[in-house]
Design a binder for this molecule. Structure first.
Ligand SMILES: [Cu+2]
Length: 283
């Protein structure tokens, strides 16, 4: 399978990511006044990649999840929810397969987390954590190994808390629906209303390029698809039903492309190859 190298570079490396300052918008103004717990993960340099460390335990419910990137490269924090007993070796192997479009084991689910974050930077998302076993990994490296991850056990009851924001981006097979986005920083409810795992990558559209021209360029593996890869940003991957509050930054008014490069659980091409590319006009 041919893969658009430029976009993969952006997905996995994002060297020139422009970052939102970490403005933690606690609970002020929300309908829900529930207290959030906060958990912090650290990305740091390791011999064979980027190691993620975090707390071994947390309580279920509304949680602010931060990534402090102390490594020298862009890094992300991908949470993976695991059903049953599976070792870090198994999880790392499944994640490596996932980044190559291989089928996902039926016990392995994307659990959100923090999208690509530049070296020395921090970002925070808010999620409702459900009880269970999670692993945290940086997916920036194409290959990962078990010692680079961190296990998190979430205990407590299933939560009935909700997340709300003025702007929403919904991902499903194989499209996006965006509502309420404005220029600058947006606190967005990003939700997966489909049945497959998805994330959202967004970047300014170059010139007058149409959606179909972008799709064609990606399908044909053109070195320069008509999107501004240097100003591309990405969320973590959510599985079916997943939701998170995330700060998305549309620095300039104009047209942006929303894209997904995750594959189906059954494996196969990245969703952008199946047409999961949307255009949004930000005023
Ligand atoms: Cu997708």
């Amino acid at each position: 399978m041919k893969v658009c190298r430029a976009v993969l570079r952006a997905v996995f490396l994002v060297a020139l990511l422009v970052l939102v300052p970490t403005a933690v918008a606690a609970c002020g103004g929300d309908e829900t006044s529930d207290e959030s717990q906060s958990i912090v993960f650290i990305a740091s340099n390791a011999d064979n990649g980027i190691a993620v460390t975090g707390p071994p335990t947390a309580e279920s419910g509304r949680t602010e999840i931060s990534l402090n990137n102390e490594s020298e490269k862009a890094a992300d924090l991908q949470l993976l929810r695991v059903e049953g007993d599976h070792s870090a070796d198994e999880v790392a192997a499944a994640l490596t397969g996932a980044t190559r479009g291989q089928p996902l084991p039926d016990w392995f689910f994307a659990g959100g987390g923090v999208g690509l974050t530049g070296p020395g930077e921090s970002q925070t998302v808010t999620q409702i954590l459900e009880p269970g076993t999670y692993y945290a990994f940086d997916t920036n490296s194409r290959t990962t190994s078990p010692e680079l991850g961190s296990e998190l056990t979430v205990s407590g009851d299933p939560s009935d808390q909700t997340l709300e924001a003025d702007a929403t981006v919904s991902a499903f097979e194989y499209d996006f629906k965006a509502d309420g986005l404005t220029t600058g920083d947006n606190e967005v409810l990003f939700e997966n209303t489909g049945s497959q795992p998805h994330h959202v990558i967004y970047a300014p559209i170059v010139g007058d390029a149409t959606r179909s021209e972008i799709e064609k360029a990606i399908r044909e593996d053109q070195a320069q698809p008509p999107i501004d890869l240097e100003n591309e940003r990405a969320t973590a991957v959510l599985d079916s039903g997943g939701r998170q509050l995330v700060d998305l930054d549309f620095a300039e008014p104009g047209r942006y492309a929303l894209l997904c490069f995750v594959s189906d659980r059954q494996g196969g091409p990245p969703h952008a190859f199946k047409g999961m590319i949307a255009e949004v006009d930000v005023e």
